[in-house]
Write a protein that binds this ligand. Structure first.
Ligand code: PHE
Length: 346
């Protein structure tokens, strides 16, 4: 390399750079130019490296020239970069402006879960009849879940409810009935409460069973409450849920906390009682357990059974939801599959 050639070479590089810079439309393109020029393998860097071939007395002058060019180029690039950056920002601002007055498009909307739909409907129905909504713990004392419900330790009825025990005194509630006790202990008659919520039983999962499911307890305690009141209340509920012509059928049953006790069937809403596949030809569908509150339970909960009487019922919400929406497999309710759940969007 000759000393005289360096000046021309710098001029050449400058020429190319200016040309390229003029054409650069983004900070990224500019960055590429900078690397090509000033980077480790850049043109100007190569020139600096080639200085070794110059005569020693020419080196300082050549070095100064190259460094000066280097600084100058860096400056030019810097200036151009801030210019481009400003423009890019301006364009971004323009493109990304949000017109807050525009109608919202395409925001995916969730849907209420069928269990909640049914729950809300029942809450609506019963609050309309003067009931108060009461919620309580899912992790419950044995005392409320069993003892106060007249199911003492070693009572065979405990076997029917495959309980998740936390320890000897604490269980995951096996039904919403402990809320009867909580309501009676925290209120004075007249009492009218419904208590929706989750309950737990050590059941295997299949199309009609789940270890977690939902119930809604109902309790009325007042003077002169009788079975006819229970019947009337549940008939109103049946009509509200499935429409005119739907009624109830009471069949004798047993629960330790009610006496007498009854299983309650509703007219099959699919065939209106004629008999079909869903009701297995009977015209009736079993949906809840109910009865007159056992006087022993009233007494244990501090209510004078010679003055007051009451009725209670427990509705299985899964069953209602499945019947109402024609869901054949309970597992669908818990899988969280959007294709299933989005069908309940209103
Ligand atoms: N707790 C009962 C069950 O889980 C249902 C029930 C509630 C029955 C209230 C009578 C009165 O099966």
């Amino acid at each position: 390399m000759r000393f005289m050639g360096i000046k021309e070479r710098i001029a050449e590089i400058r020429e190319t750079m200016t040309q390229e810079m003029r054409e650069a439309t983004s900070t990224q393109a500019l960055d590429e130019i900078r690397v090509r020029l000033l980077g480790k393998k850049g043109d100007l860097t190569a020139l600096l490296r080639g200085m070794g071939q110059l005569a020693p007395e020419e080196r300082p002058k050549a070095g100064a020239m190259i460094n000066e060019a280097r600084e100058k180029f860096a400056e030019m690039l810097e200036a151009k970069a801030s210019e481009l950056k400003a423009r890019e920002q301006e364009i971004a601002l323009q493109q990304e402006t949000i017109d807050v007055t525009q109608p919202v498009k395409n925001v995916p909307i969730g849907a209420a879960h069928p269990i909640n739909l049914v729950m809300n409907e029942l809450v609506d129905c019963f609050t309309g009849m003067g009931f108060e909504v009461l919620e309580g713990p899912e992790v419950e004392l044995d005392h409320y879940n069993f003892e106060l419900m007249n199911i003492p330790k070693n009572h065979p009825a405990r076997d029917a409810q495959d309980t998740f025990y936390v320890d000897d005194n604490i269980v995951l509630r096996t039904h919403t009935s402990p809320m009867q006790a909580r309501a009676m202990l925290s209120r004075k008659p007249p009492i009218r409460v419904i208590c929706p919520g989750r309950v737990y039983r050590a059941d295997e999962v299949d199309a009609t069973h789940s270890p977690v499911f939902h119930q809604m307890e109902g309790l009325v305690v007042d003077k002169d409450v009788n079975m006819a009141d229970l019947r009337g209340t549940l008939n109103a509920f049946a009509r509200r849920l499935y429409g005119e012509g739907i009624t109830t059928r009471f069949r004798p049953s047993f629960f330790p906390f009610t006496e007498p006790s009854t299983e309650v069937d509703l007219t099959c809403s699919a065939c209106h009682g004629k008999g079909c596949r869903i009701c297995k030809g009977t015209g009736w569908i079993e949906v809840l357990g109910a009865g007159m509150v056992n006087p022993r339970v009233l007494e244990m909960c501090g209510i004078d059974s010679s003055v007051y009487s009451g009725f209670a019922f427990g509705i299985g919400l899964e069953r209602i939801a499945m019947l109402r929406y024609g869901i054949s497999d309970m597992r669908l309710l818990y899988e969280g599959d959007v294709r299933f759940l989005s069908q309940f969007r209103k």
